[in-house]
Design a protein around this ligand. Structure first.
Ligand code: CUA
Length: 397
């Protein structure tokens, strides 16, 4: 048998079922014979021993050889299983898993990332495991894999889902107060669906970027976050931006419609801090190119679904902060926006968007009275994700 052909489930189950089977057989055999002999050869029935023999060579050989073979077979099943778990089959796809207190993040070669582990059915998946902080463990019982995720060290597991479905994925190493909430799922989906899921997020870079350059957009708007004549286009999708519409000043979220307006009628809404100097593009003059540029600009949004609640769940915020007013490890999110909160050594401050952002990206700088300073730093969120999260918090009444 070639261990390469086994799945991790078969590898572990073979050893487990064999050992369990032998154990049950032996239990029944030994218990049965014992009871039988106790009754059959009781002293009442045979007050005097029937035989004076104290040796039987063949019996000795049989009960030495059979158990030896059984134990060696157990070892063989275990060893083959162990090798199967170690050898990654050819054609496995790789997913990078990052564990942190107290969430999982899975990143794919396409650049897409997710809090759930999406895998295609019927394809082996190698999961590279890294920890950003403390010891965690990747545990997927349905696939019989469990491995420590060690800070400063790279470990990995592989498995293959044979049927589509949603499977539990746990952290199996106590890693602090949020350990029990470090749960997510492995979503096994048909290959076609998986391909679409992964590709959907692949930025149509060439197209849109070339067009932006061709129309001269990039001479005033950077793609790398640096300020220029106009606002940067880096991660513009979903950004909360302050604009002046006539005499009115308002905050809005950058979506497709806003970008369309900003290109076709730039004077109507001027982003705060910038001069109203962008030349308009006449309606129709861009043709289909407009949509292609909008696709490009909105890409960031499709990479990270900008649902603040989703982000809060995926990042594990809700493991420590309730939304119903109850105090957990951290202060509740219920009606947090506008609340007066006591900061250690600083006194009361009003919770606004700027404070919420600071408390996510630099949680240790301002500690709320009566709470321990244990929140991990969340500096890997994109600008758009941060905005969505703050928006979500604002909305919790
Ligand atoms: Cu991570 Cu327990």
């Amino acid at each position: 048998m070639n261990p390469q052909q086994l799945t991790t489930v078969q590898a572990v189950d073979n050893a487990f079922i064999f050992i369990l089977g032998v154990s049950i057989f032996m239990l029944l055999l030994i218990t049965g014979l014992m009871v039988y002999f106790v009754i059959r050869y009781s002293r009442k029935r045979y007050p005097v021993p029937l035989s004076q023999k104290d040796q039987n060579l063949w019996l000795e050989i049989v009960w030495t050889v059979i158990p030896t073979l059984l134990v060696m077979a157990m070892f063989w099943f275990g060893w083959e299983g162990f090798l199967t778990l170690q050898r990654i089959p050819d054609g496995a796809i790789q997913v990078n898993a990052t564990a942190r207190m107290w969430s999982w993040k899975f990143t794919y070669d396409s650049g897409k990332s997710s809090g759930k582990l999406y895998v295609p059915v019927g394809t082996p998946v190698k999961v590279k495991l890294e920890s950003l902080d403390v010891l965690h463990a990747f545990y997927a019982p349905a696939f019989r894999v469990k491995r420590d995720v060690v800070p400063g060290m790279t470990t990995w597991v592989w498995f293959e889902a044979e049927e589509s479905g949603s499977y539990n994925l746990f952290c199996a190493e106590y890693c602090g107060v949020g350990h029990a909430d470090m749960i997510t799922t492995i979503e096994a989906v048909p290959q076609a669906e998986f391909d679409q899921w992964v590709i959907f997020s692949q930025p149509p870079v060439v197209d849109g970027e070339i067009l932006l350059d061709r129309y001269g957009c990039l001479s005033c708007h950077s793609l790398d976050g640096s300020a220029s004549v106009g606002p940067t286009l880096q991660q513009i999708a979903g950004r909360i931006t302050k604009v002046k519409r006539g005499a009115e000043s308002l905050e809005l979220r950058v979506d497709r419609d806003y970008l369309r307006r900003a290109i076709l009628d730039p004077e109507a809404e001027i982003v705060e801090g910038f001069a109203p100097i962008m030349p308009p593009f006449a309606k129709g003059s861009l043709g289909q190119d407009l949509d292609r540029m909008l696709d490009f600009l909105m890409t960031g949004e499709s990479i990270a679904p900008l649902d603040g609640e989703q982000i809060a769940k995926e990042q594990g915020c809700l493991g420590c902060h309730s939304i119903d007013g109850s105090a957990l490890v951290g202060p509740s999110f219920k009606a947090i926006f506008g609340r007066i909160t006591e900061i250690e050594g600083r006194g009361g401050i009003t919770v606004d968007a700027a404070y919420l952002r600071r408390s996510i990206t630099h949680p240790e700088a301002e500690i709320v009275d009566d709470y321990p300073s244990i929140m991990p730093v969340y500096d890997q969120l994109t600008e758009a994700e941060l905005n969505a999260l703050v928006d979500y918090l604002k909305g919790i009444k």
